[in-house]
Design a protein around this ligand. Structure first.
Ligand SMILES: *Cc1c(COP(=O)(O)O)cnc(C)c1O
Length: 398
């Protein structure tokens, strides 16, 4: 009777980062009893974020989605106004604006970075356009120079959905500092997190006061605390968009470790990139592209396979080898709500977004992984052949 060798432990797709000080900080908040937000840990987390992004004003929120909703309120959108954005992004990028009655107008992606195709931006702009949203996929910057040029030519504000881009830069400037407003995410799936959290970076000083009011249920409570008014009142639209202090404490602990988190993620990302290059070229697989002048955030490591069948086969193959990998965004332009509330910028649709969404695989990339596990993932990927790879072999041998 033969005994099968033990299977290597499964490599999980994601394990949220744990920060050394988080328990101590949480106990501290509980002991102080000041739980509602805007306390010392909120100030600490906001200062760290402000330093990382080199932006002047950071408002912590319960999620990136909420930060985008504040941004949409600040734009004073009217029904029928249009907001131009990529189709290849997450639902809240569009939903936040559709909630205000605006129409998301979807633009296709560049095939290399998978970011909004800046050469298609101008054609997407109409007299109803009120803003342009850039989302930096995988923390690789959009072509901000061209996006800003087109937006400026039409007098439109640029907003950043920077959920992936903390720590990344474009021509030496951190992402999150390009838009009039930028939204960050600290959801458990992001590089640093507090379970669920976010931030709005307010880069236009004229918007700070109103953003503060909107975040605090539409009241001027901050003026009351500053002693500027003797009672606070309902002064604008708003909601309950302040991050609780417990979560700010978790976030502060995580942000204090940001450099170490990023060092480890970059190390793992670099192993994938070096070790999979030859395999990818043989198999017709596209690896991430980081154009010159950009530093990425090591948020994702993704492969774009030649076809959807290859994607299905690779996910099954990795699963057999104890590696959990996943697809990613489905395009918004042809999603049920995207069709109802938005429209495509051109009748041609978004063919790049559609193809990539069907063929993309994300590999595990998190601080719970050691180099040995990443090499296990690499070996599992390298032992897979795409349809194109198999055809290439047949040609070689004939
Ligand atoms: C994660 C993510 C969001 C949403 O973040 P939440 O904090 O969960 O609301 C928005 N946009 C993009 C591109 C994301 O990846």
């Amino acid at each position: 009777m033969s005994i099968a060798p033990p299977a290597p432990p499964t490599v999980p797709f994601h394990v949220p980062h744990t920060a050394a000080q988080q328990d101590a900080y949480l106990r501290d908040v509980l002991a102080a009893g000041d739980l509602d937000g805007n306390g010392p840990y909120t100030r600490r987390a906001a200062r760290l974020l402000s330093e990382l992004t080199q932006t002047p004003e950071v408002l912590l929120t319960p999620s990136c989605t909420h930060a985008l909703e504040i941004a949409a309120l600040l734009l004073d959108l009217a029904p029928g106004d249009e907001v131009v954005m990529p189709s290849f992004t997450f639902a809240p990028t569009a939903s936040a604006f559709a909630l205000r009655g605006a129409v998301p107008v979807f633009v296709d992606s560049r095939p290399d970075t998978l970011n909004l195709d800046e050469t298609a931006l101008e054609k997407a702009i109409t007299e109803r356009t009120r803003a342009v949203v850039a989302m930096h996929y995988a923390g690789v910057a959009c072509e901000m120079r061209e996006i800003q040029r087109v937006a400026d030519a039409h007098g439109l504000p640029v907003l950043e959905d920077n959920a992936h881009g903390l720590g990344a830069s474009y021509e030496g400037r951190p992402l999150g500092g390009f838009g009039v407003l930028a939204a960050q995410s600290f959801h458990a799936t992001k590089n640093v997190h507090c379970g669920k959290g976010g931030a709005l970076l307010v880069n236009d000083p004229s918007l700070v006061d109103r953003a503060t009011v909107i975040r605090d249920r539409g009241t001027d409570r901050h003026r009351y605390f500053l002693g500027q008014v003797d009672k606070y009142r309902w002064v604008d639209l708003g909601s309950s968009y302040i991050l609780p202090e417990m979560l700010a404490a978790l976030l502060a602990a995580q942000l204090e470790e940001f450099d170490a988190v990023q060092r480890q993620r970059h190390l793992l990302w670099d192993v994938y990139h070096a070790e999979l290059a030859e395999w990818a070229a043989e198999q017709g697989v596209a690896l991430p592209v980081v154009p010159a002048g950009r530093a990425h955030s090591a948020h994702l490591y993704h492969l774009v396979l030649p076809s959807e069948q290859d994607r299905v086969a690779l996910l099954a193959h990795l699963d057999e080898h104890g590696v959990r990998a996943t697809p990613h965004f489905q395009p918004l332009h042809n999603s049920p709500a995207g069709r109802r509330y938005g429209r495509c910028a051109t009748p041609a649709g978004c063919p790049v977004a559609e193809r990539v969404a069907d063929a993309l695989v994300r590999l595990p990339l998190h601080t719970g992984l050691g180099e040995a596990q990443v090499r296990q993932v690499v070996r599992a990927v390298q032992s897979f052949r795409t349809g194109a790879g198999r055809a290439g072999r047949r040609e070689e041998s004939s």
